[in-house]
Structures are given as C-alpha cells and as structure tokens.
Design a protein around this ligand. Sequence first.
Ligand code: BTN
Length: 326
Amino acid sequence: MNDVTEKVLKILESAEDPVTVEEISAKLDIPGSSVARHIKSLREAGHDIEFSRGSGYLLVSGGGAITPEEIEKTLKTAVMGREIRYYESVGSTNWTARKICTDEDPAALHGTLVVAEEQTGGFGRMGRAWVSPKGGIWASLILKPTIPVDSLFLITMAAALAIARAIRRKYDLGALIKWPNDVFIGDRKVAGLLVELSTEGENVNYCLLGIGIDANVDLSDLPPDLQKTVTSVMAELGHEVNRASLLTTVLKEFESRYQILESGEYDPIVREWKSLSRTLDSRVSIRTMRKTFEGVAIDIDQHGALIIRRDNGRIEKVVAGDCMHL
Ligand code: BTN
C-alpha cells in the first residue's frame, strides 16, 4: 500500500462520521479526483468502506455486533429496519416476529426488523432446521404488504435480489440465485429466505420475511454435511465483514425493489431475477411432493414457478419443491 493510501486509511480510521472527498483532498493536499483511486486500493486490500453521496466515506470495521446502534450507523432506508428489535439469542426470529405481530398492531410494525446474534431453533423451507450460530445475520422483517396475495412471492424474489446485489456490490463476489430463492456463491449456498404469511381471505394481516445470511459464520461451527454445501462471506473473502453494514445494504437494496412492487410494477423484478439466476438454462433434478424428474430449467413464470423441459420434450411447471443442479 503506498504512503498516500495509508494516510487516507488513517483519516478514515480516526473519523467517527463519514469524511467527504473535499476533506480528504484538503488534508493530504491531493486532487479530489485521486481520492477514489486510494479508496479503491483500500477496498481491494479488504477494508469495508461505505460511500454515501453528500456525506462521504465511512470505514466500517470488520466483525462487531449487529446491535441497533451499529445498524443505524449505515442505515439509509426510509422504512425497512427503521424500527429494530434486537436479541442476543432467540429460538427463531420468525417466531419472535410472529409473537410481536400478535401482541401489537401489524400495520404499525411495517418495516420493523427483528434481529438476533444467534438462533437456537432456526428453521428453513420445508420445515428443515436452519443452523444459526453466532456470526450470521439472522433477521425477520415484518411487512404489511399492499400487493395482492397471489403476487406476494415477488417479495421473496426482491429479497433474494437484494442479498445477491449487496454481496456483489460490497465484496465483488459473484453471488447468484438458485430457484426458488437461495443465494449462492459458486456452488455453495450463502443465504436463504423464508416467507410466512398471516392471511384472512384476501386480506394479509402481515408477512414475515425471514433472512438468513452466513456472513461471518465459521464453517467449522456447522455440521459436517453442511460444511460441504454451505459457504460464508467470511470464508470466501478470508476475513470478517461488518455484518451491520451488509445488513443495511441488503435493506436498502430490498426497499428500492419493494417500492417498485408496491407501484404495481412486477416485470422489472422478474427480469432482474432472471438475469441473476444460476438455475435458468441449467440441467436440474426436481423433487416435488408427488414426483422426481430431470430436465432443463427454461424459464420462471409470473408466479415464480419454475418451467422445466423434460428429456421427452414435456414441459412441467414446478410451484414448490427441491431443485438440485446436475
Ligand atoms: C431456507 O433456505 O430454507 C430458508 C432459511 C431461512 C432462515 C432464516 S434465519 C432468520 C429467520 N428465522 C428462521 O428461523 N428462519 C429464517
């Protein structure tokens, strides 16, 4: 690292608040145009540096807690995560969120984030256990959606996109989405989503969006079978990341897509999902409640169902099931 880059790092390390380009360039007597180059070198060296237009650069240290204070430092949303319920340990953030929704008015809870350092009874799709040791991001977002019930699957698609985009933008890792909504880096899963709904007819009381990201999970804390199929951002990068800042980036990316859905525009989300899909055009094995078959994933439809062309030419639509890439 050259001398000037090191000095930029020192400035960022000693600042509590974001530092503007002008401040850095004045302090070091360098042109503003070269500041971005030094920041780029620092990011390449593994430093997590946030940028926000108007306020400037903020160095976020690795590791750390995921407390409301830490989250609020980099939170740039209007609604998502503006109210936070933080716990050291819970059974499942989805259970805690459900209890909160029964005790309080769900309409007033829209955007509330329930987050925990660890879960002792975390669960995933198909009722499977979701191992949630310290180091991960285990959270549930309480939503009171205004979009029609039969389009609510788009919320999970928007959330998968938000996680994949956040991981790509912040760490330059090639995160992709495996149908239905798992986030992968290479051929290993790094994040999963679980939506729970409380409805009365067409009326949605609330929607819980469970978000699980193996951010700083130490793979040796996972059972041996999972160690072969799962990764964490930390394992990919070789160093810890600031979980609060990853979470706030995910919330920001999610909020912008959620607003698109609320405006009644669904196509941009489906199109973007297709562009970040690792399942489309792949040969897959599908297991549903009724059968197992192989074929090529050729599309997803307006309802998030996967369309498969079987070897005999037959087209199958899969609404729910397990998808294994071959
Ligand atoms: C899956 O891929 O099967 C979905 C995993 C979802 C895990 C998250 S972690 C936070 C929330 N609480 C849970 O118990 N599950 C979800």
